[in-house]
Design a protein around this ligand. Structure first.
Ligand code: AAL
Length: 427
């Protein structure tokens, strides 16, 4: 055996050397990279980064990348937040749909007599004191004629009585239209969030009209995974779309605790809106992104991948609705986006993309003083039908305050001073 290994190793080394000689010959023959890029530039031997530009992204410049966009924000009109004293919170908007001549959105609303005590103090929560911003919440809805001014209508899904699924809080909903009926999927908490983590399964309600009345199905429709699996504790942010004649519900879970927590996105597929749903065998399908937001794009599906994870602040694309690749890297990406997705339920083979939606800011107040979230509007150009060069700019200049707000803390200043001292003492 040993006798064989040496010649094999030599052959390996020689072939590697030959390969790199060949490569350096190829690269020296092709001359310097051209100033003007033409169709044949991509045929050169390319560095890894240039190879990605030419062969991975849909265009070499973000200007022509339909899945690249800036995001522009506008304050919404029509929502009352009790003078922003922290007792009313609105967050986690659903995708927006257009029905009966107006836009509809559903969202988590907390209207509690006092502010939340915070996840860390969840033990101090009770029937009227919320733990987190989304504890003791209900699902409400609002309508709008222009997407800027909204009229809050009423509660869509109240908390059911104990011990029904969601008795503690019903939150983070999204909408499906299927065969003329409407389905809201949402997180159904059976304990105050923060007690052990953010544990909950997903349940649903259905209605004949987007205005309700909504009938709760009174059971879990997307089960947590079996013990030891990545989604054993939480199924969050259920997000339904229609594809291939079936219901696709994407969701997220958090795993790997007590190590640094990893957030991933999964998918369940079903024929009936009330289940059973089958988890995709390749779950988790995404490795990053806190909330879940997708839209059909061309033959595939695109995902807005927001905070958390190595690939945060990217738009990703899965031609087969399963295997996601990075399509662009963005900035100021909307948090918990609920886009207006006109073709969410049409089973399209040519998704047109999105140009606006609602998202939230969770820091509309201050911790322990008036913590609450607000809904906002974002606009973008992730659409095949719009061509807005302003949305395709890169290198937006943020106000100086945005940067200085991210200042060093005391401990960091001390560390830096120690490093300086160490250097000075060596002289
Ligand atoms: C959100 C969502 C889910 C989580 C919490 C409320 O942004 O990811 O809904 O449970 O945070």
């Amino acid at each position: 055996m040993k006798k064989l290994l040496l010649p094999l190793l030599l052959i390996g080394i020689i072939s590697c050397e030959n390969q790199s000689k060949k490569e350096s010959k190829e690269t020296s023959n092709q001359g310097a990279f051209p100033y003007i890029i033409t169709d044949s530039t991509k045929n050169r031997k390319l560095s890894a980064a240039m190879d990605r530009s030419f062969n991975h992204y849909s265009a070499i410049h973000p200007r022509n990348n339909e899945l690249y966009s800036q995001f522009k924000y506008t304050e919404l009109k029509g929502f009352n937040y009790n003078n922003h004293d922290g007792t009313i919170s609105r967050r986690d908007p659903s995708k927006v749909i257009f029905e009966n001549g107006k836009y509809y959105v559903w969202y988590t609303k907390r209207d509690t007599p006092v502010i939340p005590v915070g996840a860390r103090n969840a033990d101090k929560s009770n029937d009227t004191i919320p733990s987190t911003d989304w504890d003791l919440a209900e699902i409400w809805y609002a309508t709008s004629e222009n997407g800027f001014t909204w009229k809050e209508q009423s509660v869509a899904v109240p908390r059911p009585p104990k011990p029904e699924v969601g008795w503690r809080s019903v939150t983070t909903t999204d909408i499906l239209k299927w065969k003329g009926k409407y389905y809201l999927y949402y997180q159904g908490f059976m304990e105050a969030s923060g007690k052990r983590g953010d544990y909950c399964p997903v349940t649903a309600s259905y209605a004949d009209s987007p205005d309700g009345p909504w009938t709760p199905v009174g059971k879990i429709v997307i089960e947590n995974g079996p013990e030891g699996s990545w989604d054993q504790y939480a199924i969050h942010d259920p997000y339904p779309l229609v594809h291939d004649g079936k219901i696709y519900i994407y969701y997220k879970s958090a795993f790997n605790r007590p190590n640094p927590v990893w957030v991933g996105g999964g998918l369940v597929i079903g024929d009936d809106p009330l289940g059973p749903f089958k988890k995709h065998p390749l779950n988790p399908l995404t490795s990053s992104g806190h909330e879940v937001s997708l839209f059909p794009f061309k033959e595939g599906v695109a995902a807005i991948t927001v905070k958390d994870g190595t690939e945060h602040f990217t738009i990703q694309y899965a031609k087969d609705w399963v295997n996601f690749e990075i399509a662009s890297v963005c900035e100021l990406v909307p948090i918990a986006p609920g886009p207006y997705v006109p073709d969410a339920f049409t089973d399209t083979k040519d998704g047109r993309g999105i140009s606006w939606g609602l998202s939230h800011f969770v820091n509309a107040g201050k911790y322990e003083i008036n913590p609450h979230s607000i809904l906002t509007r974002f606009d973008c150009d992730l659409s095949q039908d719009i061509d807005d060069p302003v949305m395709k700019e890169t290198g937006i200049r943020h106000d100086l305050e945005v940067y200085y707000k991210q200042g060093l803390n005391k401990k960091q200043f001390e560390r830096i001073e120690k490093e300086n001292e160490k250097l000075r003492s060596k002289e």
